[in-house]
Design a protein around this ligand. Structure first.
Ligand code: LLP
Length: 422
C-alpha cells in the first residue's frame, strides 16, 4: 500500500494533507510515513518466511534517530559502516548481536570500539583488514566473528557510482582469491569465521545479478565445505531497487509518465534468490536500506520564482542540492508533483535550486503542472539517501524532518537555525 497519495486534489501522507505541514513547519521539509516504513520492513520479513533470517537495516539510507528506534523496536538488525553509525544504532536500541559492521576502510579505533560492543560480526573487505581485526582482538583478549566480503565480479547494471560488485571497484575480496583468503582466515585463532558477505550495488532493478550472485555464493560455500571450512552464515547485502517514476498518479499529472512497473518488489527479488541460498543451509541475513525507507519519504519545497529565457523556463525552488544530492550526483530521477492540484495545464520546465552551481537541478525538461511563485511541490521517493546526504553548502541550514502516523505529526529533527551554521 502507498501511504503518500492524492486524496482528491491534495497530496497526503497517511491522513495529513502535506500542504498543512508545509504551512506549519516551513520548507524545505522532509516528511516520512511511519506506517509505510513498518509495512516495508514487515513485507521483507514476510518474504523471508521460515528461513533463519535477519533483516539488517542499512543505516546509511536514513539514520534519523526516531526512524532507527522504530526499526529497532520492530526487531530489525543494523548494518553499519562507521563508528558513528554503530553509535547511532546502539543509541536507538538495536541489540549488539544483530549488528554487522561493513565498510571498505575501517579504522583501528573503529574496530576496537566495535569489538568492545561485541557486535555480531565484521564484514571483512581485505587481507590487510583481517590482520587489523585479528591484532585488535588479540590485544583485547577477544575472539570475534567475521564474514568475508567477496566481490563476485557481477554487474549490478545500476549507476556506476553505486555498482560495487565489479572487479574494477574497491569493494570486497576478489573472487579469484576468495578460496585461499577463506582458508587463511580460518587459520587465525582470534577470529571465528562464520560466513560470506556480498553486496553488489544499490538500486538494482533486475533479478539476474542477484541470482548470479546467489549461485556464486552457494558454489563457494560448497567448495569450502569440501575443504573442511563450514560456513553457517550468508549476508546477502542490500540493493533491492525501488520505482522512482509514476509513483503517485492523478489525472492532472503528465500522462506520459508511466508507473515503473518493471522494478520487481523486494518479495519478488527474494523469491528468485531464496531457493538458491537456502540450499546452502545457512542463516540468511540481508541489508536493505532503500527498499525500507525510500518511498516512505517526501521532500516538500516551495517555488521561489519562475523565470523564462528564450530557450527555457526555470522553476526555482527553495530546496537545493544541499538538501537532496541525488539528481546532481547520479542524475537520479525523482517524480515531482504539486501538493495541491489547481490546474490541468502543464508546461515543460527545468526545476532548479537556489545554489550557485548548474549542477543544482532536480529535473531538466520536465512536464509539470503550471506553477507560480509560492506554490508547493513534492519531490517523491526521497526517504532514502535524502537527508543523510544533505549539507550546509551555500550557508543553508538543513531541513526539518517530520514523522506522520495516521493523523499524528511529530518533529523528529528540528530545522537548523542560522546559529547552527556558525
Ligand atoms: N550494504 C552495504 C554494504 C552497502 O554498501 C549498502 C549501500 C547497503 C547495504 C544498502 O543498499 P540499499 O538496499 O539501500 O540499496 N547514495 C546512493 C546509494 C549508495 C548505496 C551505498 N551502499 C543513492 O542515493 O542512490
Amino acid at each position: 500500500m502507498n501511504y503518500i497519495t492524492y486524496k482528491e486534489n491534495a497530496l497526503t501522507c497517511e491522513d495529513i494533507p502535506l500542504k498543512e505541514l508545509a504551512e506549519e513547519y516551513g520548507t524545505p521539509l522532509y516528511v516520512y510515513s511511519k506506517n509505510q516504513i513498518t509495512e516495508n520492513y514487515r513485507s521483507l520479513r514476510g518474504a523471508l518466511g521460515e528461513t533463519n533470517h535477519l533483516v539488517c537495516y542499512a543505516l546509511k539510507a536514513n539514520a534519523n534517530h526516531s526512524i532507527l528506534k522504530l526499526l529497532a523496536a520492530e526487531g530489525a538488525g543494523a548494518d553499519v559502516v562507521s563508528v558513528g553509525e554503530l553509535h547511532l544504532a546502539l543509541k536507538a536500541g538495536f541489540t549488539q548481536d544483530k549488528i554487522v559492521f561493513a565498510g571498505v576502510g575501517k579504522r583501528e579505533d573503529e574496530i576496537e570500539y566495535a569489538l568492545k560492543q561485541n557486535i555480531f560480526s565484521f564484514n571483512v573487505e581485505s587481507v590487510a583488514e583481517l590482520h587489523t581485526i585479528s591484532r585488535a582482538a588479540l590485544r583485547m583478549g577477544k575472539k570475534t566473528r567475521i564474514a568475508l566480503r567477496i566481490n563476485p565480479d557481477i554487474d549490478a547494471q545500476s549507476h556506476p557510482y553505486i555498482t560495487t560488485g565489479l572487479q574494477s571497484t574497491k569493494f570486497g575480496i576478489e573472487a579469484s582469491k576468495a578460496f585461499e583468503v577463506f582458508q587463511y582466515a580460518a587459520s587465525l585463532s582470534s577470529l571465528e569465521l562464520v560466513g560470506i558477505h556480498t553486496h553488489i550495488g544499490s538500486q538494482i532493478t533486475k533479478v539476474e545479478p542477484f541470482v548470479a550472485t546467489a549461485n556464486y555464493v552457494v558454489g563457494l560455500i560448497e567448495k569450502l565445505r569440501s575443504a573442511g571450512i563450514n560456513l553457517t552464515h550468508i549476508d546477502f547485502g542490500g540493493g533491492f531497487g525501488v520505482p522512482y517514476a509514476g509513483v503517485v498518479s492523478h489525472e492532472a499529472l503528465p500522462q506520459g509518465e508511466e508507473a515503473d512497473m518493471s522494478v520487481p518488489s523486494p518479495a519478488e527479488f527474494l523469491a528468485a534468490v531464496l531457493p538458491i541460498l537456502q540450499s546452502a543451509d545457512c542463516s540468511i541475513w540481508i541489508e536493505p536500506g532503500r527498499s525500507i525507507i525510500a518511498n516512505a519519504g517526501v521532500l516538500i519545497t516551495r517555488v521561489i520564482s519562475v523565470k523564462e529565457n528564450s530557450t527555457k523556463k526555470f522553476v526555482i525552488i527553495d530546496s537545493g542540492m544541499n538538501d537532496l544530492l541525488r539528481p546532481s550526483l547520479y542524475q537520479a530521477y525523482h517524480q515531482i508533483v504539486p501538493l495541491s492540484i489547481d490546474t490541468y495545464e502543464q508546461e515543460k520546465v527545468d526545476i532548479v535550486g537556489p545554489i550557485c552551481e548548474s549542477s543544482d537541478f532536480f529535473a531538466h525538461d520536465r512536464m509539470l503542472a503550471k506553477t507560480n511563485a509560492g506554490d508547493y511541490l513534492a519531490v517523491l521517493t526521497t526517504g532514502a539517501y535524502g537527508f543523510v546526504l544533505s549539507s550546509n553548502y551555500n550557508g543553508r541550514p538543513r531541513p526539518a524532518e517530520i514523522l506522520v502516523n495516521r493523523d499524528r505529526v511529530r518533529i523528529i529533527r528540528p530545522r537548523q537555525t542560522l546559529e547552527d551554521l556558525v
